[in-house]
Design a protein around this ligand. Structure first.
Ligand code: MOS
Length: 743
């Protein structure tokens, strides 16, 4: 059998999904199920002065109206002992404070969703409101330094940045801003909670079943062993389902107080605030270079908003620290508290916003120097990780530039703004670099060969829509020597061997080594049984001389001597063969720097009179190590590109400075692209398996696809129009009456 790894096989859960038979968190039936609806605040700051639930309570079917006055008391006032982001600062109805608009203030539980929704309309609330802090421009005077994370200090320095900036013959000094964005997975967050005595079971749409178990157990002050989280299908996450937000615990509280299983799904407008966002950033970027393009210094200072009760930092400077080989560099991050829900991980958190500033500034520098933007990047190519001097585990960024330029037709670009035109249409070509770190964590898996000759392989990981079921089946199939049809892969259950959360693009890279090791362990046990069995056609062979081909233990030298797994197990007494494995990164972390890279090329069409913008096509060429499935990988990268287009042209959460409300917090007013907004997307992979990183050479692909796209498009808009827009999203008004122009 040729290896399955890398093959573009169809999603094994595709049929379940397109026929509607995949069960998501809100789909699980339960006897005596009750339905919960959250009521949220209409002011952004202050306290609840009064809350009248009598009318709602008297309506048909209503079981409970839970407010701060009657909610069960949680240990420590509901404050988790876990530091963020493992535990978030939640709203659990333990007091009457209001800290942001759209914050949960009540939960209505009824026998049907309709009864709960109706009763939620009949709660009378008065507030003692205080003026909210909602104006970023004014609040930034109160910015503070947030704590860093291990390996990711808040500030960084190398060399002498002031001297480097003075040394450069050409410099750029500019401010780039990016707006608040909301993840809006197709499936809104949903939880179903059931208590069996002290044991809590949660069906939850989460990016991390183990993390959710730990977080919820910590809030209730109960052992994690008492909590089980089940999440077989997730309709997208993008970071907002990487934390357990208030509604998860509120659902479990409602189940406890009513003595019934309770289902709680957020309504779409409730995804604008209580479950995180990409924060607004204001990035001050300075760089300088010699006439030949050699960078002499970069300074990148980022301000981003956070909430008034938890620090969340958008690490926009991370990409600047590692992308180019400048000797002098300084980065910093400060946060600006506002009366809003706490921001969170949002697809390529840091790299999406940071690469917009960095790769825009590099483009501006290329124009100043009269240099091709690819040549400028090659001039400053980081041969080693520039911050600590470690070698890259593997890096094929040169090939990304070259292959991308060729596929895109970069050579036909005329290096003058507004020089390429077809009738009314100004044509712009732009490019940018893409990158995302390769992350890997400890993970475990189990493989079991069953008496019927099939195999069950499992890990407590998640499939957030990315294809985990499919790629892990491929890995297991190769390692076992079984066809994928014979393998049932299970995930999404905290009772399975522990795996990390599906965030930071780490699931494929973390879980595939564990699945491979467990499956190989089971295969080796099967082989050992067969060669030791006098009744087997392969009896007496050395284990190294046999292999497993489509579930038959087979002598390599004479494939006619073979023995099916089911017969081997039957003769051995009929017990399943089982192996477990746990794998984790080792000393290579000290030896190498691990990053994926890419080059993104965009063609935009701008109406010369109206300023309307179209992205005609994008070419992205990526070095992500080994691709596990060429079809699901391509889909992931295309999905990232689509959000990149959306980031630069469409999405913007508009916070009203007077009321602290997101005025477009719904799908009528918050713009996301539709199919007609997306042109041709071309995804290509280059490079080699990264065998320094893990045994399969897999680096993970969930996030790199969005990076680079905003800058490539902004750079193309400049080429088309001569207008440099540094404030996202780029809308036609900014192109028509430019706030900034240069060159
Ligand atoms: Mo990703 S934003 O780390 O889920």
């Amino acid at each position: 059998m040729s290896p399955l790894i890398g093959q573009p096989i169809d999603r094994i859960d595709g049929m379940l999904k397109v026929t509607g038979s995949a069960s998501y968190a809100a789909d699980f039936p339960e006897a005596r199920l009750a339905h919960a609806v959250i009521v949220t605040s209409t002011v952004a700051s202050g306290t609840i002065a009064s809350i009248d639930t009598r009318r709602a309570q008297a309506l048909p079917g209503v079981l409970l109206v839970m407010t701060w006055q009657n909610a069960m008391r949680l240990p420590n006032g509901g404050h988790t002992p876990l530091a963020p982001p493992a535990g978030r600062h939640l709203t659990l109805l333990q007091d009457n404070a209001v800290r942001y608009s759209n914050e949960p203030i009540a939960v209505v539980v009824a026998d049907t969703l309709e009864h709960a929704s109706d009763a939620a309309q009949h709660i009378g609330v008065t507030y003692a409101a205080t003026p909210p802090i909602a104006d970023f421009a004014r609040a930034k005077a109160q910015a503070h330094t947030p704590p860093g994370q291990p390996g990711r200090p808040i500030d960084s320095q190398r060399g002498d940045v002031e001297a480097g900036l003075r040394e450069g013959a050409v410099s750029i000094d500019a401010i780039y801003t990016t707006p608040v964005q909301f993840h809006n997975p197709m499936e809104p967050h949903a939880t179903m909670a059931r208590w069996d005595g002290p044991a809590l079971t949660l069906y939850d749409s989460t990016q991390g079943v183990s993390g959710a178990r730990t977080a919820v157990a910590a809030v209730f002050g109960i052992p994690a062993d008492n909590v089980r989280v089940i999440s077989p299908f997730i309709g997208g996450g993008f970071g907002c389902k990487g934390s357990s937000w208030s509604h998860v615990t509120l659902c479990a509280m409602a189940a406890k107080q009513t003595g019934r299983p309770v289902r709680l799904a957020l309504a779409r407008p409730q995804l604008f605030g209580p479950v995180g966002s990409r924060p607004r950033t204001e990035q001050h970027f300075s760089l300088a270079a010699r006439r030949d393009g050699t960078l002499t210094a970069i300074r990148h200072d980022t301000l981003s908003h956070t909430s008034t009760f938890e620090d969340w930092t958008e690490m926009s400077g991370l990409v600047t620290r590692m992308m180019y080989a400048t000797p002098n560099l300084s980065t910093s991050h400060r946060v600006v508290p506002l009366n809003v829900g706490t921001p969170t991980f949002t697809r390529a958190p840091g790299e999406t916003t940071g690469s917009f500033a960095l790769e825009s500034a590099m483009d501006e520098l290329a124009w100043r120097l009269g240099m091709d933007p690819i040549a400028l990047r090659l001039k400053n190519y980081a041969e080693v990780e520039p911050q600590d001097g470690k070698p890259w585990s593997s890096k094929a960024l040169r090939e990304c530039y070259a292959t991308g330029a060729q596929r895109f037709g970069w050579s036909r670009r005329i290096a003058t703004p507004r020089a390429m035109r077809q009738g009314q249409t100004l044509i712009g070509l732009g490019m940018a670099g893409a990158t995302y770190p390769a992350n890997r964590s400890e993970a475990a898996a189990i493989a079991r060969i069953l008496p019927d000759g099939t195999a069950m392989v499992a890990s407590g990981t998640q499939d957030i829509g990315t294809g985990t079921y499919t790629v892990m089946t491929q890995v297991a199939a190769d390692a076992l020597g079984f066809a994928p049809e014979r393998i049932h892969f299970a995930l999404g259950d905290s009772s399975l061997p522990r795996a990390p959360g599906s965030g930071g693009s780490q699931s494929a890279a973390s879980v595939s080594p564990a699945v491979q090791a467990a499956a190989r362990g089971a295969r080796d046990k099967l082989i050992a049984l067969a060669v030791a069995d006098p009744a087997s056609p392969v009896h007496g062979a050395a284990p190294a001389d046999v292999t497993v081909i489509d579930a038959w233990v087979t002598l390599r030298a004479d494939p006619s001597r073979r023995d099916p797994a089911a017969a081997i197990i039957a003769r051995a007494g009929g017990q399943p063969i089982e192996a477990q494995a746990s794998t984790k990164p080792g000393a290579e972390k000290q030896q190498y720097a691990f990053h994926s890279f890419g080059a993104v090329f965009a063609e935009v069409h701008v109406d010369a009179d109206l300023g309307t913008l179209r992205v005609a096509r994008i070419v992205g060429v990526y070095d992500v190590g080994q691709v596990l499935n060429a079809k699901t990988a391509r889909s992931q990268l295309m999905g990232g590109m689509v959000w990149g287009i959306s980031t630069v042209l469409h999405e913007e959460g508009l916070l009203d400075t007077a009321t602290g409300r997101f005025v477009n917090g719904n799908f009528a007013d918050y713009h996301v692209p539709v199919n007609a907004d997306i042109g041709d997307l071309d995804v290509q992979f280059v490079g080699a398996p990264d065998l320094h990183f893990n045994p399969l050479g897999v680096r993970g692909i969930g996030e790199i696809g969005i990076t680079g796209v905003p800058a490539a498009i902004a750079n193309a808009v400049y080429h088309a129009t001569g207008v440099r827009v540094r404030d996202l999203p780029i809308t036609l008004d900014k192109v028509m009456s430019p706030p900034h122009t240069m060159v």
